[in-house]
Design a protein around this ligand. Structure first.
Ligand code: FMN
Length: 201
């Protein structure tokens, strides 16, 4: 099983990237043999204007697209800025096509300094999966008080430990969905669904 991890803060050296790197360390323990991690702020992916030809010419897009194509699952991490999910992540999810993403499980993670963090999850669940046809697993994660957790190799207090346990549990669930949906995709590949519209309603 392979996984792609997407971090999406608009600034470098972000807390979101810190959490993403923790995920990258943990995914082998949950049964993923291979992981790619990307920080969207480091990639040159323009805001999509619907021009497919330009999209195909974008090297960074082709790299990340290929990673998703080869993966069985995705984890996306967004900071909450002004109550919204990252525009970089929204753009990325808008650009993804069913060809690389359809019927693959996705774990949404939001990252906040304080105690907020629910809005980006609600937003992503509502309107980021219609056309790429990914499937959000029931578990999502909100990493609150992020500056106080995941800073050391081992947990330093109950809150830190609690966050690590929740992450591990969500990764196990994601791995189960990866296996289950792999068989769904294999069946669809073998016998394509008749009249399935390219995009959802
Ligand atoms: C422009 C801006 C807006 C922010 N808005 C919110 C917000 O609406 N709610 C919140 O809980 N935190 C907010 N934060 C704080 C972030 O949650 C915090 O910086 C956290 O570390 C995640 O961002 P990062 O990954 O860029 O570090 C905001 C931060 C910035 C820079």
């Amino acid at each position: 099983m392979k996984i792609t991890i997407i971090c999406s803060s608009q600034r470098r050296k972000s807390q979101t990237l810190k959490v993403g790197q923790y995920f990258a360390e943990q995914v082998p323990l949950a049964g993923f043999q291979e992981a790619d991690i990307y920080d969207l702020v480091d990639l040159n992916i323009p805001m999509w204007d619907g021009n497919d030809k330009e999209k195909k010419k974008c090297n960074d897009w082709n790299t990340i697209r290929q990673s998703v194509y080869n993966s069985d699952a995705l984890i996306t991490l967004t900071p909450e800025w002004s109550g919204t999910a990252s525009p970089l992540l929204k753009n990325f999810l808008m650009m993804l096509e069913p060809a690389e993403a359809s019927d693959k499980p996705i774990l949404f993670v939001s990252v906040v300094r304080g105690i907020s963090g629910a809005y980006p999850i609600a937003e992503l669940r509502m309107n980021s999966l219609k056309n790429n046809r990914m499937i959000a697993i029931p578990d999502h994660l909100i990493i609150r008080n992020v500056e106080d957790v995941l800073n050391e190799a081992v947990s330093i207090n109950n809150n830190d430990q609690n966050v690590r346990e929740k992450i591990y549990s969500s990764l196990l669930v994601l791995n189960l969905y990866s296996h289950a949906l792999h068989s769904v995709r294999r069946k669809i590949l073998k016998k394509p669904l008749e009249n399935r519209p390219k995009y959802g309603m």
